[in-house]
Design a protein around this ligand. Sequence first.
Ligand SMILES: C[S@@+](CC[C@H](N)C(=O)[O-])C[C@H]1O[C@@H](n2cnc3c(N)ncnc32)[C@H](O)[C@@H]1O
Length: 280
Amino acid sequence: MSSDNSDQREFWSDAAGPKWVQMQAQMDQLMQPVLDGVWIRAGLTQGQRVLDVGSGTGASTLQAADQVAPDGHVTGADISDTMTTLARKRAGGRPDVSLILADVAHHPFQPDSFDAVVSRFGVMFFADAAGAFANIRAAMVPGARITFAAWAAIPDNPFFTTPAQVAKSLVGAPPRPDPDAPGPFAFRDAGRVTDILNAAGFTDICIDTAHTALDGGSDPAGLAQTMCRIGPAEAALRYAQAGADMQKAVEQALSKAVGIFSTPDGLRIPASVHYVTALA
Ligand SMILES: C[S@@+](CC[C@H](N)C(=O)[O-])C[C@H]1O[C@@H](n2cnc3c(N)ncnc32)[C@H](O)[C@@H]1O
C-alpha cells in the first residue's frame, strides 16, 4: 500500500476506472438506492456549496447539483482521470458543477469553503484515513455536515459474496486481501469509523446501518457480466489467468446464482450499508 494513495490513483484510473466508465449506466442503476439513502440523510438545501468525495463518473455530483440549484454549487473530486473525464462530459459544462482531478486526502482545498460534504462509497480508499478526513474537515464550514455511505459487514453483502463463491467454485480463490486495508470493506467496522472521524476532529458522529437492496435490473446475464468485470469474481479470474471459456463458465454460473435475487420488480440484491453523518 502506498502512503500517498498512488496505488489507488493507478487502480481507479487504469484498472477499474475504464470498466466503471463502460458500465456507467448499469452501475448508476445498481447503486441508486444507496445514493437515495445518502440524500435522505444529507438534507441538502438550495444554495449550499457541496463537496462530493470520490465523485466517480458523476451521478452523485449531478444529483447534488439539482438539489442545491439554482444558486448552489457542487465540486466533485476524484483521483481517477478516466472516471473524471466521463463525469465532466456528463456535466456538459453546467456552471454550478466543477469536477476536479484530486486526491482529497491531500488536495489544498480553500478552508471553510463547503457547507456540506457527501460521498457514496468514495471514502474507504485512503492510506491515512484520519489524515484524509482531517483535510476534508478543514475545507468545511464549522458545523457543516458530512454524509457518506460505506459497505457494512461482508457476509451481508451478496453483491460481493455471491460472485466470490461462484468464482471460487470454478477457478479457485485468490489470496484474501486484508479487509482493513484501503478497499470496499475498510469501513465495515462502525467502531473503527467512529475512531477515524473522532481523530479527524468531527463531532456528533452517527452511524445508521441500513439494509437496502441494489437494483440489478432485469437481466441476470447482464448482471453476471457486470459482476465478472469488477470485484471478487474479476480478481479470481485474473488471478487464475482464466481464458475466455472459463470466463464464460463463471458468467453462466453467476447468471444462474443471481436468480435468487429475482423479485416481481426485477433483481434486487440485498445490501448492508453504513450511512454515516458527522459535523465539522
Ligand atoms: C467505489 S468508487 C465510487 C464512485 C462514486 N462515488 C459512485 O458511487 O459511483 C470509489 C471512487 O473513489 C475514488 N477515490 C479513491 N480514492 C480517492 C482519493 N484519495 N481521492 C479522491 N477520490 C478517490 C475512486 O477514483 C472512485 O471513483
